[in-house]
Design a protein around this ligand. Structure first.
Ligand code: GLY
Length: 363
């Protein structure tokens, strides 16, 4: 099976994202290639469902390569991405006798990846970690770029650190067991990459033949869209790791998406579903401001719908919408910043969008 590698240069360092069907059964070999000594203890953090599906595949190959590893299970769900679950990982790391030279591996979706990345940034002032994302969303977004953290009762991801992994291993076979609603939610981020940076990717997703291959999990099509997405993310984060500028483009659809997730309760909408609605609102604002054409708004919304994603805006209390937007991490000097499209393949940051520009979509 052919493998694809994407080089992610950050400062003077770099890491590689490897994409290949069946990669989970080679993780031990890959650690050897990375120069990870077998004396280094490995703590794999996962949730029960993912550990049942893939835990032994990873453990067996680590053992074959003389590594000692154990799996620590955390509870699944956004509501457990918090300080108390983080403490459980610290306790497990302590009991297992993890040292500075030990390694953590995140095996799972974005929640597992974010919390493990943060645990590894902070335990003993920092250990190496590796991302093995098993959902489409985490493959194309959270596993690359080093944003790690946990939620605070006052908001999502308010506690965190930038902490780049040593490597990212993407096994497209793991998508075979992913529920289709979650697969579609991952497609929302891929559509986002098309809109913010890559018209060719957008057109590829629009093509009926490609769409059928993608939803039927045909491996070459999956590798193409994951690779394109990771390359775009890699380009952007290499230029702006700490989100001082263009990394904010990755938040296209996310400001309104976060409002929807927050006010409807995390779980009502999957992240990708909420940002689909967020992209729809951002697209409508862009059209009403003359930033892009009506026809582009329609193409965006149609593509979102064709991948089984929602675009209907739920009815929300307008003052709550403003309160959540103002509490967002993206607010700078009291000003809301919105990422709006100029055309398919290009977005810009706008700070002059006022409440009347967007509240009309929430009635
Ligand atoms: N998910 C957006 C970012 O990594 O910056």
């Amino acid at each position: 099976m052919i493998e694809n590698k994407i080089h992610v240069p950050i400062d003077k360092n770099f890491y590689e994202v490897t994409i290949k069907a069946g990669l989970l059964s080679e993780i031990g070999n890959r650690l050897v290639e990375l120069g990870i000594k077998s004396t280094r203890k490995i703590l794999i953090v996962s949730n029960q469902e993912i550990a049942n599906l893939f835990g032994n595949i990873v453990l067996d190959n680590l053992k074959e390569n003389n590594y000692s590893a154990k799996i620590f299970i955390i509870k699944a769900g956004e509501k457990f991405k918090n300080i108390s679950t983080l403490n459980e990982i610290y306790d497990a790391a302590f009991e297992y006798g993890m040292e500075r030279g030990s390694l953590m591996i995140a095996l799972g979706g974005g929640i597992v990846g974010d919390i493990t990345g943060f645990a590894s940034a902070t335990w003993l002032r920092g250990l190496d970690y590796i991302q093995i994302p098993t959902t489409l969303l985490s493959m194309v977004d959270s596993s690359v770029g080093g944003k790690t953290g946990v939620n605070h009762p006052k908001g999502k991801n308010l506690i965190g650190a930038f902490n780049q992994p040593k490597a990212v291993f993407i096994d497209t076979d793991t998508l075979k067991t992913l529920p289709s609603r979650e697969f579609n939610a991952g497609m929302a981020e891929i559509i986002k990459y098309g809109i913010i940076r890559d018209e060719e990717l957008f057109e590829y997703l629009e093509d009926e033949f490609n769409l059928r291959n993608i939803v039927n999990l045909e491996n070459q099509s999956l590798v193409k869209i994951i690779k394109d997405s990771v390359e775009i993310k890699s380009d952007i984060v290499s230029e702006d790791e700490k989100e001082k500028g263009i990394r904010a483009y990755l938040n296209y659809g996310h400001s309104f998406g976060h409002v929807i997730e927050n006010l409807c309760g995390y779980g009502e909408y999957l992240h990708g579903e909420a940002i689909s609605i967020g992209m729809r609102i951002a697209g409508e604002i862009a059209f009403s401001k003359g930033l892009w054409k009506k026809e582009e708004t329609t193409r965006q919304n149609n593509l979102i719908k064709r991948y089984g994603l929602p675009i209907e805006v739920p009815t929300l209390n307008k003052s709550d919408v403003v309160r959540i937007l103002m509490g967002d991490k993206k607010v700078q000097e009291g000003k809301m910043r919105f990422i709006l499209p100029n055309k398919i393949g290009k977005v810009s940051i706008y700070t002059d969008i006022v409440e009347s520009d967007f509240l009309k979509y929430f009635c």
